[in-house]
Design a protein around this ligand. Sequence first.
Ligand code: GLV
Ligand code: MG
Length: 301
Amino acid sequence: MATPVLRSFLFAPGNHARRVEKALTLGADAVILDLEDAVATAEKAATRKLAVEALARPRTGKAYIRVNAIGTEWCLGDLMEIVKPGLDGIVLPKVESAADLRTIDWLIANLERERGLPTGGIDLMPIIETAAGFSRLDRIFGARSLKDYGGPWRVKRMAFGAADFTNDVGMTWSPGEEELTSLRVNLIVASRAAGIEPPIDTVWVRMQDVAGLKTSVERSKHLGFQGRMCIHPDQVKVVNETFTPSTEEETRARKIVEAFKAAEAAGQAAIQVEGSMVDYPVFHRAERVLATLAAIRAKGG
Ligand code: GLV
Ligand code: MG
């Protein structure tokens, strides 16, 4: 599997032409044109066409569209209209079962076939953001529902939606986000156990609190997330920078890889680098840091 480098997913309401146009060219690794919670009920149907039109605009990253949840009256109509050339992925909110994913995958596969698009070409990124979704993580992403699935599995990674989750369970979303740590770890572990990419962490809603954003994004990286969803263009730079290995991380990773390779060639697998023990897992972790950096550089930063 190629090293995944989707650091930033920037939301733009699908019916807000100026914000959509801007979002597409701001250096986000992906833009999510929203048909769900950023769009008023009365506007939902009309927004589909605008989102599809935006897929043809110049852009610097991938283009995803967030449809309405499977249990709503809009989901089917959303999918019927948006599976079109230029669409890289679909974000599916409030996923609560393996059947949700199978059903939507089946529909997308049929639309791809009918419309002459490559089968399995469109990603499907579920957002886990309800108590029901969290309590069934293993069953949604577990071996039987995912690894034994016959076709090309389009679910490459999942995302966390803290706004809906905290609302669903009546939790207070505090500035320090301590209450979210165990949920975040659950997503990291479930993703790894399912053999999919690391997940994408939730949006940061305190727009004025830039220091808080930075701390929160550093924690996401520390826990093992691949990236963050963003709700404001200014958040993209912080997120991209934080998820790009720093010069210090690069230097240290290079030292570890070089020293370990030399030691291994001499028949040793446990050495010290700058006072810390390095063995196979530490070596592989350092290799991953370098692979992430190489993948980011290969796509132009
Ligand atoms: C995103 O959809 C969220 O609910 O946080
Ligand atoms: Mg949500």
